[in-house]
Design a binder for this molecule. Sequence first.
Ligand code: 13P
Ligand code: SF4
Length: 303
Amino acid sequence: MSVIDLQNRIKKLLEEKNAILLVHYYQRAEIQDIADILGDSLALSIEAAGTDAEIIVFAGVRFMAESASILSPDKTVLLPREEAGCPLADMITVDQLEKARKENPDVKVVAYVNSSAEIKAHSDICCTSANAVKVVESLTDAGRVLMIPDGNLARYTSLHTDKEIIPWGGYCPVHHFVTTEEVEAVKEQYPDAQFAAHPECAPEVLEMADFVGSTGGIIRFARGTGAKEIIVGTESGIMHQLKKENPGKTFVPVSDKLICRDMKYITLEDILDTLVEMKHVIAVPDRIRAAANIALSRMLEVS
Ligand code: 13P
Ligand code: SF4
C-alpha cells in the first residue's frame, strides 16, 4: 500500500472508531502529517486528559501512552509498538527512589514524565521539560527537591530557581552525548545561526544555546525568531515540522547522532494494524494508576 493509501485508511478508521491520533514531534514525518494533535509531551498529556474520543492511538513511546491511560482511564489507549520505550525512563527503580527518600526525608520528589507509571506513583509531582521550573517553584513548602530521572534537566532547572535541587544520575542517551565540539563545528559553518537545544543536553552544551526548551518550545522559538538559520539540538524528527512551518529558514542538526531508536519504531503499517485489531492496549494497574494520577494531575494544575 502506498503512503497516501495507508494514511487515508488510518484517517477513515480513526473517524469510524471515534479515535484520536496523538503524535510526538520525534515521530516519522508521514505519521506527523496525519496527527490529530502533534505536540510535545506536555501538550499531548493535556490533550489526552481532555479528549472526548473513546480511543487514543499514541504515536510516541510507552511513558507517553501510560500517562494518557493514567489521565483518561475510561479510554482505550493503544501504543502501536509495545517495545517503544525510553531508556532514560528505565534509569531509576522504585527501590532506588525509596532508598533516596529514606536518606533525604525532607525532599519533595519531582518526576520527569519520562519515567514509569510506578515511579510517578512514588513521586510528589510530575514535570515535563516545558514546565520543570514552574513545577519546582510551585513546591512552596519544599526545602530541597529531588529531580528524577534526568540529571541534565535537573541541573538546568537549578539555574532558574532558588530551591536546592538534587539531580538524579539518569540521562537521555540521544541528547546527553552531543558535544561542545559538535556545536562549535556547526556554529563555525553557520556563524549567523541561533542555537536551540533541549534541556536533556549536557550543561556545557546548553551554555552555548540561544534558546533552551521543550520540543514545543523549540517549535515556537523557530516561528518567532528573526534568525534565518537555526542549529537544532534535539532529536531529528522535529526537523520535519520546523521545515514545514518555516520554509524561508534553514535548520541544521547539531549532530547526525540525534536519532531516538524508540521514537522511530512506529510505522504507518503499525498504526493501521493496531487500529484494525485493537491491539497493544496500554493499561496501568489501578493500584499504581491512582497514585500516579495524583502526581500527573498536580503537574497539569500547575501548567
Ligand atoms: P518534550 O517533552 O520536549 O516533548 O520531550 C520529550 C522527550 O522525550 C525528549 O527527549
Ligand atoms: Fe527517551 Fe531520549 Fe528518546 Fe526522548 S529522545 S524518548 S528521552 S531516549
